[in-house]
Design a protein around this ligand. Structure first.
Ligand code: 13P
Length: 254
């Protein structure tokens, strides 16, 4: 499959009942839909992973929203990549701006998480992107984050990473002025590609999916993800509504 659509459920679904309702609705909306070219991934909070694993839906791949960099031991409150694997996860989001902001995660933490996830066969979804104050030097910020977060990541592993350009200022915006233009997203995509080619060569870089995140909806997906040549989307708010999320998936799959 050459495209991917990922739901970031963030800190939502407050109870077992709410999760079950959500998954039931998701199953219903999936009926009759085919995604020949697109992987559909949902990343849920840790507490839902066991229930998520029991939800037998072959069309959806499971993921988590955070991970620690050690495999086991005295790390109170942390969740290891091995645990994620054993709970059915194939993907994990790392480097999200909300974790950088609220949990003070640095590129060096993200780098350790990526290495640990890859070591355990989990595919990291690496988020990079500038915040509002960094807009003028956005492309440099992306390059710096890539350089730091992908340090010591070998060419043999890089194809298992999804890179998401997610400008922080475009997250959860209702304002069309707070969305990057198609050209801006293309430029970010190109700079990511250029970095990958420089570090890993053309052949390997072609296998890495580069996607976009930030206010993706049915209304914005064409401009943000299709016309900009992205390989898919990372979706926050609209992933809470299965019907809308899957409509976005269908547009990307076309
Ligand atoms: P929104 O789709 O709500 O803007 O969230 C984007 C996001 O943070 C996905 O990781």
């Amino acid at each position: 499959m050459n495209k991917i659509v990922i739901g970031n459920l963030k800190m939502n679904l407050q109870s077992i009942e709410e999760r079950e309702r959500y998954l039931k609705e998701f199953s219903k909306e999936l009926i009759g839909k085919k995604f020949q070219n697109t992987e559909i991934v949902l990343c849920l909070p840790f507490v839902h992973l066991e229930g998520f694993k029991k939800w037998k839906n072959k069309k959806v791949i499971r993921g988590a929203l955070n991970v620690f960099w050690e495999d086991k031991g005295s790390f109170t409150g942390e969740i290891s990549p091995l645990m994620l694997k054993n709970f059915g996860c194939q993907y994990v989001v790392v480097g999200h701006s909300e974790r950088r902001k609220y949990a003070r995660e640095e590129d060096s933490d993200v780098n350790l998480k990526i290495i640990a996830a890859l070591r355990n066969g989990i595919k990291p979804i690496l988020c990079v992107g500038e915040n509002a104050g960094q807009k003028a030097r956005g492309l440099n910020i992306i390059l710096e984050q890539l350089k730091n977060c992908l340090s010591e990541v070998s060419g043999g592993k890089i194809e298992n990473i999804i890179i998401c350009y997610e400008p922080v200022w475009a997250i959860s915006s209702n304002n069309p002025d707070h969305l990057p233009t198609t050209n801006e997203i293309m430029s970010a995509g190109l700079i990511i590609k250029k970095f990958l080619v420089g570090k890993y060569g053309v052949k390997i870089s072609e296998k890495v999916k580069i996607i976009y995140g930030g206010s993706v909806s049915v209304a914005t997906v064409k401009q943000a993800c299709v016309e900009s040549g992205m390989d898919g989307a990372l979706i926050g708010r609209e992933s809470l509504t299965p019907r809308e999320f899957l409509k976005i998936g269908e547009i990307i799959n076309q």
